[in-house]
Design a protein around this ligand. Structure first.
Ligand code: 5GP
Ligand code: ZN
Length: 141
């Protein structure tokens, strides 16, 4: 594990956390600076920076825990919904370079926004440009 990774140190128990879930490959704990009560981070125990760096079985494990934990977190804080998201890479705002999914409980009157609010200026793409992008993605999967 990288010595200076905060989340690796949390997994190792060297930094305390409010742990809410743990199995062989996944760890989940409350965010220290929550955006809402119950704000939870779900991480692989092994150190990987972004989603693309995750081996497929570990990615499945992380998503499976997100899937199971999200309704439990919502119920625990009596939330109306949740935003589940990854800041994936530095340019997206990822500050801790150990991949982590955020479960952020949402409330009818929380004054927040949908994830569409994260975008800067929106591109104005023609139909053929959309086709080109779709082709590129489909062809290089
Ligand atoms: P990012 O911006 O990288 O997607 O989110 C990192 C998250 O980790 C932030 O929401 C921040 O509050 C949380 N965080 C950073 N350091 C610690 C820590 O030492 N303990 C806990 N529980 N959360 C942390
Ligand atoms: Zn790490």
């Amino acid at each position: 594990m990288p010595e200076d990774c905060i989340f690796c140190q949390i997994v190792a128990g060297d930094i305390p956390s409010k742990t809410v879930y743990e199995d062989d490959s996944v760890f989940a704990f409350l965010d220290a600076n929550p955006l809402a009560p119950g704000h939870t981070l779900v991480i692989p125990k092994s150190h990987h920076e972004t989603l693309a760096d995750l081996p497929e079985d570990t990615a499945s494990d992380v998503f499976s825990v997100l899937h199971r934990l999200t309704p439990v977190v919502e119920d625990a804080v009596d939330a109306d919904a949740s935003t589940v998201a990854f800041n994936n890479g530095e340019a997206s705002g990822q500050e801790v370079p150990h991949v982590h999914g955020h479960i952020i409980p949402r409330f009818d009157d929380d004054g927040g926004h949908p994830i569409h609010a994260i975008a800067g200026s929106r591109p104005d793409l023609s139909d053929s440009e959309l086709d080109d992008i779709a082709d590129d993605i489909r062809d290089s999967r």
